[in-house]
Ligand binder design. Structure first.
Ligand SMILES: NC(=O)c1ccc[n+]([C@@H]2O[C@H](COP(=O)([O-])OP(=O)(O)OC[C@H]3O[C@@H](n4cnc5c(N)ncnc54)[C@H](OP(=O)(O)O)[C@@H]3O)[C@@H](O)[C@H]2O)c1
Length: 346
């Protein structure tokens, strides 16, 4: 048995308990968890049962780093003792792929070695948010820009593209700015508090619009060169997507990627924007084919080493401390700026 922080009842704080040490199946490994990061969905799981209401007790945290302890069948990518980081599955029926415990499972297709000169703590801040935004920008189901390592990327004119990021200052928004800058998108408009303006511009935003402005739509359309020029929007924060739907083109095709479950396409049609499409990104799972997924995970560490993707600010909680980890989950309530917590389970 091992120690774990458990959600035993929805709406109640996490509490320390024990559960079995998992065994790895094919294409999976067991890691001794060195670092785990909680995200807003973990708060929604604890408080409202998101993903977990039918399989309690559950364990939060799907961003996981650790030392490989045991290899499942057919694992050739890793060796025992190697430090790796990756993402577990929040929808899995058992909480084996969760980080707030001493040992966890990571799938080989959703993980990578911790790169030289970076720590487990640093790399654990990336997986779910970076993967979600990578899908939002580069997967055909969402905005569909050619992925940076794809053959199309060699000839695609990224410089002519315009991208609007609603929630530029959120952790996901910052990844969106950096991925867009990395491929060379010419106009990157972040809607955010102006307190973060300079930092977001350093990351790659070409324009920052005050999220409290009464004229956001007009300002975006002016920057893009007209109402029909607003065609690619990622909304990392809202639940109603009104702003995104209002700003996109009426007569030209447009795409909106959002991070909460929604059929934006149907809502756009009701507004007379029948060329628009949009839906929620499922960043918790592997959306790519095997080769693209492999290239993404191989590249992420390289992009970090090259300084193209920055490690977000984080703080450390030592041990499976019920009080401190519950407070870290509480900090996500209300969509305020948060310095994310990285937890050392042992
Ligand atoms: N679908 C998926 O797979 C997936 C994956 C990852 C995350 N998510 C979800 O995406 C959401 C964002 O996650 P996160 O970790 O990036 O959040 P976060 O960093 O905790 O977001 C907080 C930030 O959002 C900004 N914000 C709040 N309301 C805003 C608004 N109306 N307009 C513009 N900015 C606003 C605030 O920025 P200011 O400082 O500018 O006020 C604040 O700093 C969460 O709900 C999360 O659950 C979904």
């Amino acid at each position: 048995m091992q120690k774990a922080l458990l959600v035993k009842e929805i709406g109640k704080p996490l509490s320390l308990g024990t559960r079995p040490i998992p065994k790895p199946k094919a294409r999976k490994v067991v890691v001794k968890v060195t670092a785990a990061q909680v995200l807003p969905h973990d708060t929604a799981s604890r408080d409202k049962g998101l993903f977990i209401s039918n399989h309690l007790p559950s364990v939060p945290a799907h961003n996981i780093a650790g030392i490989v302890q045991e290899l499942g069948p057919d694992v050739t990518e890793y060796s025992i003792g190697q430090h790796i980081y990756g993402q577990g599955d929040p929808l899995a029926v058992t909480p084996d792929q969760c980080g707030l415990q001493e040992f966890a499972i990571l799938p080989t297709n959703m993980s990578a070695p911790v790169p030289d000169n970076f720590s487990d703590d640093q790399m654990v801040t990336l997986p779910i948010n970076a993967t979600t935004i990578f899908c939002a920008l580069f997967h055909q189901n969402w905005l569909g820009f050619p992925a940076p390592f794809s053959p199309e990327s060699k000839t695609f004119d990224y410089g002519k593209q315009k991208l609007v990021i609603i929630g530029g200052n959120s952790n996901c928004g910052r990844f969106a700015i950096q991925f867009a800058k990395m491929v060379g998108i010419g106009t990157i408009i972040a809607i955010a508090s102006l307190s973060g303006e300079q930092e977001l511009k350093t990351m790659g935003a070409s324009h920052v619009i005050d999220r409290y402005s009464q004229t956001i739509v007009k300002e975006v359309q002016e920057i893009c060169g007209g109402e029909e020029e607003v065609t690619h929007v990622v909304d990392t924060v809202t639940y109603d997507f009104d702003l995104a739907m209002e700003m996109v083109a009426t007569h030209c095709p447009s795409s909106i990627a959002v991070l909460h479950v929604a059929d934006v396409t149907a809502q756009l049609e009701k507004r007379g924007k029948k060329w628009g499409r949009g839906s929620g990104v499922s960043g918790w799972k592997n959306n790519f084919d095997e080769e693209t997924g492999k290239l993404y995970w191989e590249s992420l560490g390289k992009w970090v080493q090259e300084g193209k993707i920055l490690i977000p600010k984080f703080r450390v909680i030592e041990g499976l401390d019920e009080v401190l980890v519950n407070e870290a989950l509480d900090s996500y309530i209300g969509h305020k700026p948060v310095v994310q917590a990285v937890i050392h389970p042992r």
